[in-house]
Design a binder for this molecule. Sequence first.
Ligand SMILES: O=C(O)CCC(=O)C(=O)O
Ligand SMILES: [Fe+2]
Length: 288
Amino acid sequence: VERSATVLHGTFLERPDDPHVPLRAAMLSGETTLPQPAVPVRTGRAADFPGEVFDQVSADLTGSGLAVVDLDEPAPADAFRAFGERLGEPMPERDPTVQPYVEQSVILNLRAERGHTADVSLAPFARNFLSLHSESSGRRVAEQPRHIVLMCCEPGDATAAQTVLVPMSGVAERLGEDRVELLAGTRYLAATEPPTIARREAGRTVFSFRDFMSGALEWVGEGGDADTVNAALRALLAAMYAPGTVAGVHWRRGRVVIIDNTFFFHGRTAGSTGAGSRTRHLKRLRVI
Ligand SMILES: O=C(O)CCC(=O)C(=O)O
Ligand SMILES: [Fe+2]
């Protein structure tokens, strides 16, 4: 394939009548109970976590990019961190705005204590929905977590927010080869050297992409023209929010979910804002 030397720049902005807008509202509003992910639920004891269940988790991650473990109670922070250290290298949480929620420098306490907020960096601690994303999509591949580990300390009340999982394989299929290829030549315009929005890895299509909602996405590309690239990004969003392959984690105390960031987009449904409801609390590790 001959590559032209011209580099194309463009800006993507969602429009109110884009197909993904109502699909996103339907998926994340919190009014739908999504089907649980179709993977075996392993069991273990908090007292000997990670323990023997670790090998099963590893095999599940290799096979499907997802593992679920139900512990009798949440594991202590040391054991949770030790689990991340067996999986790889837990990333320090350096963002100054999240420091009140950081424990042992690598554990982030996702406590839904902020009601609804417009501050994007505080959204994980609020009851807003979180739009679909791959984690740290703007960083170099080597600085993106491979796994996100979530452990439930308190699910919240009856309408507790679900963590939403959408397999990248289904997104790639819905998007079609031509658009995947176009996005394999397109990346965020950023000094942080992000990878292309789509790439081939181990025979799979992997996306590095976040739905910025009303935020502008500036991109650079080496193929097509600006309108074609923007149409592909619009189609990508529609493919991400299309119903059919989405699953929702229904949290219970002691449940641990490990997500491979190269297999799944993730996000979160909106949670209840009712007064007096119990506050959802997950602990998170991001592992390189
Ligand atoms: O709170 C959740 O369910 C998911 C939060 C999330 O996307 C993250 O912490 O990376
Ligand atoms: Fe995330």
